[in-house]
Every structure is written in structure tokens, then in C-alpha cells.
Design a protein around this ligand. Structure first.
Ligand code: FMN
Length: 366
């Protein structure tokens, strides 16, 4: 650990200055102008607004549910018509004085139609690719339509569908995208209420889209792949609920993050809490600003060929979780402390991840 220093959380992306790297993501926490202001008051560093399209959405009901480790939705885009946003909601959202990133969907025709009207309010656009399929052509056409209509940065938000993320990001960059947002919610998925034998989401198939902590490893993988493939900035999204999640996404190559589910479940003050945790983590580890950790994990090979985990005897509480889970039976708790059998340890690393007091660790970084 290095010497502590004051942390400056501000980040600059595509010429836009954000006081901290925790932005809103399109969704219920930013469903209208007042909600956007509440997120700003709660500490958000930038404001992405709920996706609008040429007509108001009419989602099926029910369309939201908390599930173990995650969240399901079948919400679509804004239920307010675009005229309402243009006449009222964007102007309210701008009162916070933070950059406003207007989320638009979906086709090139939609974007060409909507973009000129949102120009007075948009510091940047974010294009959702959620409902335009696997083929890159509609995404490319939408980006070109946005670039032709406006002179603000265009962020493209990728959905983690079957699509290969590197290729999709390269195509987006080649079409003129100024930043990539990774990722949207994952799906379709299905959850069933076993008391009533009915899907948790309404509609013909009961399908929904998964968000929250359950998708964070998927999001981190996508951020890592995209950041390795393109030069434009990457904004991470998916399962961020604490400062360590922000750091993880920055290390994977993101320059900032967006938060939706955590703000639904914990309210708008979650942005300030996550920002404070991020600052504390950076300070404790001797970093002065978020940019200093961006991409630190890129290109690092974690393969381990020797050296069993080390045990800090003072921290080991003899709980036995390591012994219980070791697939090789290579750990036993003897006299209240774990003992590792070096001959049988396969270096799988599971015990380290399960050790609650943090007594097990690799001797040196890979
Ligand atoms: C209820 C709900 C509604 C959402 N609506 C939109 C939307 O209108 N446009 C969009 O691009 N993403 C939308 N999303 C996706 C989020 O912006 C975000 O990409 C995703 O939920 C992963 O982030 P999280 O785990 O922080 O929620 C929505 C997510 C949820 C949960």
C-alpha cells in the first residue's frame, strides 16, 4: 500500500467533464426530469436519461421483480411520449448542471427523426441497440444517422446478446461512435413464481431481462473485450453497487460506469455512496484519480503454475469453509487453523475466494 493522497474523482470523456465517474443508466431512476434531478442530488456524476423512441412504450405488466442476486425487467423504453421529454423533462434534467446524455432508440429512422429535437438538451447521445438485433447493419445505420443529425458525441450501448462484443465495438467505432457503453441487461431470461406456477414477468412468454450483481462478471468481461478492441472510451454498466465494482470496471478498461438496478433498489443516494466508496478505495491504495487504475487488468495473464496459497495464521479463524469446498481434499483444519497439503493442491484458487477473513492469498501476483 502506498502513501495516501487526496483523490480527485472527476473524469473527462469525449470532452465532457463529470465530477465523478458514477453516472445514471437509462431506466426507472431517470424516468422523468425530476427523477434525473434526484439522482444528481444523490451524487451522480452524469445523467443518462431514460431511452425515448418515436412513440411512448406500452410495456406488459408485471414488468419488474427483484430476484436472487439480480433483477428482472420487461420494461421497454420510456412510457412518456418524446414530445413530453422535449417540451418539459429534458429542461428539468438540465437544471442540475451535470452533462446530460440523451438516450435514444432504435432504428436509423427513429434517430434521424428524434435527434434534431433533442439537440438543445443533449451534451451527448446514447444509442440503445437493444431491439435492433444481432446484425451490425441497423446499429451502424443508427450511428450514422446520429452523427449526420448532430455534432455532439455519440455513445453506443451494446447489449450482451449472442453478438461478439469486440467485433460489435469495432463496427460501432468504425461507424463513428465516440464511446461504447457495455452492457445493457442480459436475456431473455425466465423466472417462475412457484406458488402460482406463473412467470414473474407478464406477456406471452413471460421473458424478462436480467440486471444487477448477477450480470457483473458478464459486464466486466464485455468491458475488457471492448476496451481491448477499440480506442474510444468505454463506459461500464451492469451490476455496479459499490465502490469496489467501479474499481473492477475501471481496471477492465472502463473510464466511467453507469448504475441502474442499485439505484432502483436503494434509491438515488446510492450514487453518492458508491462515489465515496470509490474515492476511499483509491485513496487507500495510493491513487490520486480514477484514470490511474483504468485498464490495469488488461493483458494480465493470471495463470499460476506453482506456489500453493499462503495462510496468514493470525487471520485464519478455523471456520472450515476452505476444507469443505476444496475439490482435492487438500485442506484440513487442525487445531483451529487451515493446513494445506502442497502435494494435492491443484492451484484452483477456490479456497482464496471463499476465505471470509482473507487469511488465504497467493504468495505473489501472477
Ligand atoms: C427496469 C429497467 C429498465 C431499463 N430501461 C432501459 C432503457 O430504457 N434503455 C436502456 O438502454 N437500458 C435500460 N435498462 C438497462 C440499464 O440501463 C442497464 O444497462 C442494465 O440494467 C445493467 O445495469 P445495472 O445492473 O446497473 O442495472 C433498464 C434496466 C432496468 C432494470
Amino acid at each position: 500500500m502506498s502513501v495516501r493522497q487526496a483523490v480527485e474523482l472527476g473524469v473527462e470523456i469525449c470532452g465532457l467533464r463529470f465530477p465523478n465517474p458514477i453516472l445514471t443508466a437509462a431506466g426507472p431512476p431517470v424516468h422523468d426530469g425530476m427523477a434525473v434531478l434526484a439522482c444528481a442530488a444523490g451524487g451522480a456524476g452524469g445523467q443518462v436519461t431514460k431511452t425515448i423512441s418515436r412513440t411512448a412504450a406500452r410495456p406488459t405488466t408485471p414488468n419488474m421483480a427483484e430476484v436472487a442476486h439480480g433483477f428482472l425487467n420487461a420494461e421497454l423504453w420510456s412510457e412518456l411520449p418524446p414530445e413530453r421529454w422535449i417540451e418539459r423533462e429534458y429542461a428539468i434534467a438540465r437544471q442540475a448542471g451535470l452533462p446530460v446524455i440523451v438516450s435514444l432508440g432504435y432504428t436509423a429512422e427513429d434517430i434521424a427523426d428524434l435527434a434534431p429535437s433533442v439537440r438543445p438538451f443533449a451534451d451527448a447521445l446514447e444509442l440503445s441497440t437493444h431491439y435492433i438485433g444481432e446484425d451490425a447493419a441497423p446499429m451502424v445505420a443508427a450511428i450514422r444517422a446520429a452523427k449526420a443529425a448532430l455534432d455532439v458525441p455519440v455513445f453506443v450501448k451494446l447489449s450482451p446478446l449472442g453478438r461478439e462484443m469486440r467485433r460489435a465495438a469495432e463496427q460501432a467505432q468504425a461507424a463513428g461512435a465516440d464511446a461504447i457503453v457495455a452492457i445493457n441487461s442480459f436475456g431473455p431470461v425466465l423466472a417462475i413464481d412457484v406458488e402460482t406456477a406463473t412467470p414473474r414477468m407478464g406477456g406471452q412468454d413471460g421473458y424478462g431481462w436480467l440486471s444487477g450483481p448477477a450480470i457483473k462478471p458478464l459486464a466486466v468481461r464485455c468491458i475488457h473485450d471492448v476496451a481491448s478492441a477499440v480506442e474510444v472510451p468505454v463506459i461500464g454498466c451492469g451490476g455496479v453497487s459499490r465502490g469496489a465494482d467501479v474499481i473492477e470496471m475501471l481496471m477492465a478498461g472502463a473510464s466511467a460506469v453507469q448504475v441502474c438496478t442499485a439505484a432502483i433498489l436503494r434509491g438515488p443516494s446510492v450514487f453518492g455512496k458508491i462515489a465515496a466508496e470509490t474515492a476511499t478505495w483509491l485513496e487507500r491504495h495510493g491513487y490520486a484519480r480514477p484514470s490511474e487504475v483504468v485498464g490495469l487488468a488488461l493483458g494480465r495473464d493470471a495463470t499460476r503454475t506453482s506456489g500453493v496459497p499462503l495462510l496468514d495464521l493470525a487471520l485464519c479463524n478455523g471456520c472450515g469453509l476452505c476444507e469443505l469446498s476444496c475439490p482435492e481434499g487438500a485442506i484440513r483444519v487442525v487445531d483451529g487453523k487451515a493446513v494445506i497439503d502442497e502435494e494435492h493442491c491443484s492451484l484452483c484458487g477456490l479456497c482464496i475466494s471463499r476465505c471470509r477473513p482473507g487469511a488465504l492469498l497467493w504468495a505473489t501476483p501472477a
